[in-house]
Write a protein that binds this ligand. Structure first.
Ligand SMILES: [Zn+2]
Length: 163
C-alpha cells in the first residue's frame, strides 16, 4: 500500500474520508480557541463504525490546552476502549468562516497517534489538508513519523540490567 493518497479536491476522496472530514468540520464549531482563533476539529472512525469527535481546547496558561486530535483520541480510548481506531480526520477553520484551512497534525499528536497504532497493532489512517491545499490520506501514523521514539526504546536493555 502506498504511504499517501493525495487528492486535489475533497470530492476526490473516498466516501468514508469525506464523511469524517464533514464530522471533523462540525466538531471544529465547538472549539475553544479564543487565543489562536484557529478552530480545529477531529473525527475518529472506530472499528464498529461509530464516530468520536474532538476539538481544540485552549487555556490562558497556553501549554495547558489540548489539540483536537488528542481530545478525540483520549475520548475514544476512554469511552470505547474495546474498539480499534480505523481513521482520523482533522480540519481547521476560522470562526464563522466556511473555508477549511490547511492544518496537519502536530508532532505531539503524531507521537500519541503512533502509540495508539502500536497498541492496537493496526494502522490508523490520517486525513488532513496540507499547505498546498491538497487532501492527504496517510495509510498509517508510522508513515508520518519516521525514526520515532516508542515503548520499544524504553524496554531495550532491561534484561541486561537485571542479570
Ligand atoms: Zn496536535
Amino acid at each position: 500500500m502506498e504511504d499517501f493518497i493525495i487528492a486535489a479536491n475533497l470530492e476526490d476522496l473516498d466516501a468514508e474520508s469525506k464523511y469524517l472530514v464533514h464530522k471533523a468540520k462540525e466538531a471544529s464549531h465547538h472549539a475553544y480557541a479564543p487565543y489562536s482563533k484557529f478552530m480545529v476539529g477531529a473525527a475518529i472512525l472506530l472499528g464498529d463504525g461509530k464516530v468520536v469527535t474532538g476539538c481544540n481546547q485552549e487555556n490562558a496558561a497556553y501549554p495547558s490546552g489540548m489539540c483536537a486530535e488528542r481530545v478525540a483520541l483520549f475520548a475514544a480510548a476512554s469511552q470505547h476502549p474495546e474498539q480499534r481506531i480505523v481513521k482520523i480526520a482533522v480540519v481547521a477553520k476560522r470562526k464563522s468562516a466556511k473555508e477549511i484551512l490547511p492544518a496537519t497534525c502536530c508532532g505531539s499528536c503524531r507521537q500519541v497517534m503512533l502509540e495508539f497504532e502500536q497498541r492496537q497493532e493496526g494502522a490508523i489512517k490520517v486525513v488532513m489538508l496540507n499547505s498546498d491545499h491538497q487532501w492527504i490520506v496517510a495509510s498509517s501514523v508510522q508513515s508520518l513519523l519516521p525514526f520515532s521514539f516508542s515503548k520499544a526504546h524504553l524496554e531495550q536493555g532491561n534484561d541486561l540490567h537485571h542479570t
